[in-house]
Design a protein around this ligand. Structure first.
Ligand code: SF4
Length: 663
């Protein structure tokens, strides 16, 4: 019997209409856990580097995590992996909500989609009955509307639906996959879904998930459930509101936006508005929030209520979570009301709320600079809000200039030319980043920005404080109950980290300490992404309920696999290295690992080079960021090193095997 997982994947060939239930190898679970780990192995094995994002041979994988569907609170993530049209590297975007647990209860760990359907279709998974159904009547429908129509058509209100809107159908690079209670937004995975002619997946499952040692597992779950309210009622003092508690930034409950509005940049990541937040703005924004937020909602099996049902007069209700509350508002230099209004349309179109507002503000900057002309913008209204609606409509339809902008700022700038590249200034690996510009280089964030392959800063930051506490007393208070640290030395790093002087940024934390901190944060994310845990209860907040000391017991008692901290660390390192290998095989090199030039005002090129050198070494990568043969062997990834030697990615000097011996 398989525990925690079902032991079956669903393979769908949309070109031939093939549907197959395929047993998986339990050894892969031991090596890679599940979720992102096994997704990466499948992409390594089955999607060679020459396969383009919009090729029928690209795979689109919807995966549950290993603990999804168990009683572990917050284990509800769907990990969607494919090759991104925007970065041309592996994308792995995640959504919470209810989709993944339902899929596991239907009897599948993953749905693996290949090929392309000639006509628009949707997939209906009803336990072991699986059908590819016509979706031509859903063409052009909104993502949320599609889910409702499918539930009605199937007469199955409990079906969980993941759908694309018009943006996905038109292969817009910012297209998301929406699921009513969450969305997988980053890196253009919705465009790949649209390219495959797949409008939606609906799933209903009523089977059980087995647990290897249920009594032990339930005890651990109860400990987490007891800890969450205690932690929630004791917010961390001295940090910004969204970092004080637990959960995936609980933006829907936060009314104090001083930090975001004054530190994040407005427009196309251009202008910092110091002193913006005053009493009048606070009052107006609080009223706006309270007028539209009808109910706070949670994902499956979680008490945290990070999302909200938003109801704006005159438009359909929708779900909002996280920072998208501010992205449209700040891109348009507008107010919160506007953000809530346009986000409804954007959700139905199915676009990423981080990238899309930046693309629109980028277009307006180009227009103001005379790089885009009246001819390009013919028909655009003169008022600011009207321009944003107009641009959004053009982009999702790929009409006129919208066809160029639909490729994101990096590719659009290249197509437009005439100096437009200078305006695509907030990208890493060709992908729009958070519009954050700060003063002093933060060495921890520098490394995370450069090397993180999730390409989404909000999802790689983690358990270590983002900035030093102001006083020694605050630091001592913070570390005294910090049980989540993998090693006591991390407490020392916090205690010694000061806002000014010798032990301040950019030279403190030291290079060595910075590598250890970044590695720890990244490790926690890779565990979450393999087991399907919400980062909001584990890798993202300070002092979360899940950490390196209790995760091994969770995994062991759920799956029956013997796992201790060293073993889990090893598996995680394997998963992280394999993901890097997928991208290295697709051309990722050191030159790609750069934060936006103006992300910090004060830059230190020599220190930055040293940080990257040291981190690569720490990870077992060579100076180009390529895992070495030795480190690959230690992680049982010999098949990767053989491939690298054959491709000439690793040379004889770097590997111990010669090309001849390898051959
Ligand atoms: S912490 Fe928030 S985002 Fe995470 S599972 Fe719970 S409700 Fe969802």
């Amino acid at each position: 019997m398989r525990y925690a997982e079902t032991g079956f994947n669903l393979e769908i060939d949309l070109s031939r209409g093939g549907i197959e239930r395929v047993a998986t190898d339990p050894r892969d679970t031991e090596l890679y856990l599940g979720g992102l780990g096994t997704n990466t192995k499948i992409l390594w094995d089955r999607v060679p580097p020459e396969v383009e994002p919009f090729s029928p041979d690209n795979l689109l994988i919807f995966s549950t995590g290993l603990l999804v569907g168990t009683p572990a609170t917050g284990a509800n993530r769907t990990i969607v992996s494919t090759i991104s049209p925007q970065t041309l590297f592996m994308a792995y975007s995640m959504m919470g909500g209810f989709f993944a647990p339902e899929l596991k209860y239907a009897g599948y760990d993953k749905v693996i989609i290949r090929g392309k359907s000639p006509d628009l279709v949707y997939l209906w998974i009803n336990n072991d009955k699986v059908e590819i159904r016509d979706a031509s009547h859903l063409a052009g429908k909104g993502a949320v509307e599609t889910a409702e129509l499918i539930q009605q058509e199937l007469k199955e209100p409990k079906a969980q639906v993941a759908a694309i809107g018009l943006a996905g159908e038109n292969r817009v690079y910012m297209a998301s996959i929406e699921h009513g209670r969450s969305s997988a937004s980053r890196l253009g995975i919705g465009a790949v879904m649209g390219d495959k002619g797949l409008k939606a997946i609906a799933v209903r499952g009523t089977n059980d998930v087995n647990i290897a040692r249920p009594a032990e597992f339930m005890e651990l779950c109860n400990e987490v459930l007891e800890y969450i309210p205690v932690r929630d009622q004791n917010p961390v003092p001295g940090v910004m509101p969204i970092l004080a508690g637990l959960g995936s930034p609980k933006e829907m409950t936060v009314h104090d936006e001083k930090w975001h509005t004054e530190n994040f940049m407005w427009g196309n990541s251009r202008v910092r508005r110091k002193g913006y937040w005053n009493e009048e703005v606070e009052k107006k924004w609080t009223e706006s929030m309270e007028n539209v937020r009808t109910r706070l909602i949670s994902c499956y099996n979680c008490p945290m209520k990070c999302g909200a049902i938003i109801s704006v007069p005159g438009v359909s209700t929708y779900m909002m979570k996280c920072f998208s509350k501010l992205t449209y508002t700040m891109a348009a230099f507008s107010d919160l009301d506007f953000g809530f209004r346009i986000a409804q349309r954007a959700t139905e179109y199915g676009v990423d709320g981080f990238s899309t507002p930046q693309v629109m503000a980028f277009a307006l900057e180009l227009y103001e600079a005379g790089i885009l002309t009246d001819q390009n913008m013919a028909g655009m209204p003169s008022d600011n809000e009207g321009r944003f609606y107009w641009l959004l409509d053009r982009i999702v339809r790929r009409e006129g200039i919208g066809d160029v902008l639909a490729n994101g700022t990096h590719w659009a700038a290249q197509q437009i030319g005439k100096g437009a590249e200078e305006y695509a200034h907030n990208n890493i690996k060709k992908h729009e980043q958070l519009p954050l510009k700060l003063s002093m280089l933060n060495p921890i964030y520098f490394l995370m920005y450069c090397t993180g392959e999730k390409a989404n800063i909000t999802q790689i930051e983690g358990n270590f404080p983002q900035a030093p506490f102001l006083t020694r007393e605050e630091r001592e208070e913070f570390v005294k109950d910090w049980i989540q640290v993998p090693d006591e030395k991390f407490k020392e790093y916090v205690l010694n980290w000061e806002p000014r002087g010798e032990n301040s940024m950019p030279y403190y934390p030291t290079i060595e300490a910075t590598c250890e901190i970044v590695d720890w944060q990244e490790k926690m994310h890779y565990i979450d992404d393999a087991v399907g845990m919400c980062a909001g209860l584990s890798s993202f907040p300070l002092k979360p309920p899940y950490h390196i000391h209790n995760y091994p017991a969770f995994i062991s008692s759920a799956t029956g696999i013997d796992m201790d901290e060293a073993g889990l660390t090893h598996v995680t390192k394997r998963n992280r290295t394999l993901l890097r290998a997928v991208n290295v095989r697709r051309g990722l090199r050191r030159a790609d690992e750069r934060p936006p030039e103006d992300h910090w005002k004060k830059r230190f090129p020599e220190l930055e080079a040293q940080l990257l050198d040291a981190y690569y070494k720490f990870k077992g990568w060579n100076n180009e960021g390529i895992p070495t043969k030795e480190s690959l062997q230690e992680l049982d990834l010999d098949y990767v090193s053989e491939d690298f030697l054959q491709q000439g990615i690793l040379t004889d000097n770097e590997g111990t095997l010669s090309k001849e011996a390898s051959a």
